[in-house]
Design a protein around this ligand. Structure first.
Ligand SMILES: NC(=O)c1ccc[n+]([C@@H]2O[C@H](COP(=O)([O-])OP(=O)(O)OC[C@H]3O[C@@H](n4cnc5c(N)ncnc54)[C@H](O)[C@@H]3O)[C@@H](O)[C@H]2O)c1
Ligand SMILES: O=C(O)CC[C@@H](O)C(=O)O
Length: 528
């Protein structure tokens, strides 16, 4: 049974797949103290949060069984990603589910800001019929400056164009061509600041965007421009904004987010030109259902041994690339496990070579998995795709990935090699059309084995009778041989036998095998 802790309010509809799963136990506790959270996370394999729960290093380190942290939303600034990676915990988010809601909220804020709707309503509530005080401005023909032209920025642009606004956008990944396609003007940050009547930010909060809209940036803006932030508190520097609104340089601001939340006492809230909502961008029935559904699917998938769709602390791989790589995941891991079981000595370097149709694609995800397979011999399930490289580095093991044109006649070939302080050992594998994965080379020997089940690898001297003696001894142990591959360097020279057997053999049987004359090394392993 996998225990999943949900520590922020999440849509019940969205987490239905988790609720209905026989192998999942949900603990949904949304008003825990810090101490209660530390205790609850201790037995959880998955933690699912929105933006309230602060998933600090301390929380992650208390989660000794944690495999995955799911963020039902986009921003992961409430999660210590380094700590998650250090501890081999994968972090996933739900990047698409609340895009539309947040873009719509931005538009609601834009219109409210242009027409003073919250302020006028507030006056009416005070029984004051004020009309002169609340003369607004039209959106038509005004320039909307967008900083951050990602998922939400693009949706906001489309909607603003519907209001016949002129949109000018800046994003490091936006060029003339892409801007033209989206029907917006591409500008530098300075140009966007200078031209905007309304400026809206839609970047993540990262080192580069912290206080991006500061005193100097605001100084470049038109007098009487307006600023919106429905992304993250801190992208717009709050003190600078306060001073600019107070001085009249900025005519108004609309904020959904603050540097410190909750922000009920914030000085900006005392300014009548500033309207605000308490981080409501994603607060719609639809968005909450979407993000909870997406994150639940990834959590369920990972806990059942599958692959997640929206990893944050792993390099993301496009769907197209994933389709090319995924057939090789199991092969890479099993090659790693296989070679790690036969290599003796302290591991110093891991080399992974790719050739054939793997030559032209980014094979890093496969190398991670091969490294995971190798380190699993010593570290077990504590090593995973997330921390494989880091764990290797911590142990002083160098990883080297190379492309090679030597295909040895295969359309694709992966070779995993381990250099130890004593020897260098390698195994190569391929995927054969219609036949699946095969290990086709062990060191210098050509073999052909399916990388699964119970294997015995025997290094011996090529002498008559060696194979027969192995067969008899295994028969005495009631171990049935399913397949046997034999390779040799030359007649009477060094040779290898790789057997697949129907059940695992124990150490005692392996010891007896190693006592047979001419046998130098026996390794037995299970690939699954
Ligand atoms: N208010 C809410 O409830 C709410 C809801 C969802 C998302 N968000 C926030 O909205 C923001 C945008 O989300 P998204 O889904 O569009 O993200 P996204 O990743 O799709 O887009 C972000 C864009 O910002 C750009 N960017 C990064 N650094 C930049 C810089 N220095 N200058 C200009 N552009 C830069 C990136 O290139 C990217 O295109 C995030 O901060 C997210 O956390 C808020
Ligand atoms: O959980 C929320 O409501 C906020 C979500 C939002 O800020 C996000 O980054 O996805």
């Amino acid at each position: 049974m996998h225990r999943v802790l949900i520590s922020d309010p999440l849509s019940e509809e969205g987490i239905k797949p988790l609720r209905e799963a026989d192998d999942i136990e949900i603990i949904k506790e949304t008003s825990m103290s810090h101490e209660e959270l530390l205790e609850a996370v201790g037995s959880a394999e998955a933690l699912i949060v929105r933006s309230q729960t602060q998933v600090t290093r301390e929380v992650i380190e208390h989660g000794t069984h944690l495999k995955i942290i799911g963020r039902a939303g986009v921003g992961v600034d409430n999660i210590d990603l380094d700590a998650a990676t250090d501890n081999g915990v994968i972090v996933v988010n739900a990047p698409d589910g609340n895009t539309i809601s947040t873009a719509e909220h931005t538009m609601a804020m834009l219109m409210s800001l242009a027409r003073n709707i919250p302020q006028a309503y507030h006056q009416l509530q005070q029984k004051r019929w004020e009309r002169k005080k609340f003369v607004g401005v039209e959106l038509k023909d005004k320039v909307l400056g967008i900083v951050g032209f990602g998922r939400i920025g693009r949706e906001v642009a489309q909607r603003a164009k519907g209001h016949r606004m002129k949109v000018v956008a800046f994003d490091p990944f936006l060029n003339e061509e892409k801007a033209q396609k989206a029907g917006v003007t591409h500008g530098t940050l300075e140009e966007v600041l200078q031209q905007a009547d309304f400026l809206t930010v839609h970047t993540p909060l990262i080192e580069k965007t912290k206080h991006l809209i500061n005193e100097e940036a605001i100084a470049l803006m038109k007098d009487g421009a307006r600023i919106l932030n429905c992304a993250r508190g801190g992208i717009v520097e709050e003190n600078a904004l306060y001073e600019a609104v107070k001085s009249g340089k900025i005519a108004g601001a609309a904020l959904d987010v603050f540097e410190e939340e909750p922000a009920t006492e914030h000085p900006l809230l005392s300014l009548p030109e500033v309207i605000a909502t308490p981080h409501l961008g994603a607060s719609t029935v639809e968005a909450q259902e979407n993000v909870a559904t997406d994150v639940s699917a990834d959590v369920l998938e990972l806990l059942r041994g599958g692959t997640v769709r929206n990893p944050v602390n792993l390099p993301s791989v496009s769907t197209e690339m994933m389709e090319k790589l995924s057939p090789y995941f199991t092969l890479s891991e099993r090659l790693g496990s296989f070679v790690s079981r036969i290599a003796e000595g302290t591991f110093e370097k891991i080399n992974v070579y790719y050739s054939g149709e793997l030559l032209d694609i980014d094979t890093t995800p496969l190398t991670r998995i091969a490294v995971k397979g190798i380190l699993g011999r010593y570290i077990g399930s504590r090593v995973n795709d997330v921390n494989a490289y880091k764990t290797a580095a911590d142990k002083g093991i160098t990883i080297n990935e190379q492309k090679s044109t030597k295909t040895k006649g295969f359309t694709n070939l992966i070779t995993v090699e381990i250099e130890t302080d004593k020897e260098t050992r390698s195994a190569a594998g391929t995927r054969l059309n219609g036949l699946g994965a095969r290990i086709v080379q062990l060191d210098q020997y050509s073999i052909d084995i399916v990388p699964e089940g119970h294997l015995i690898v025997i290094h011996h001297t090529d002498q008559p009778g060696a194979i027969g003696r192995v067969g008899s001894l295994l028969a005495e142990q009631d171990v049935n041989i399913a397949t046997m591959q034999v390779g040799r360097a030359n007649e009477g020279g060094e040779a290898v036998m790789v057997l697949t057997v129907d059940k695992a053999i124990d150490k005692q049987a392996a010891d007896q095998l190693s006592e047979i004359a001419d046998i130098r090394q026996v390794d037995y392993l299970t690939l699954k």
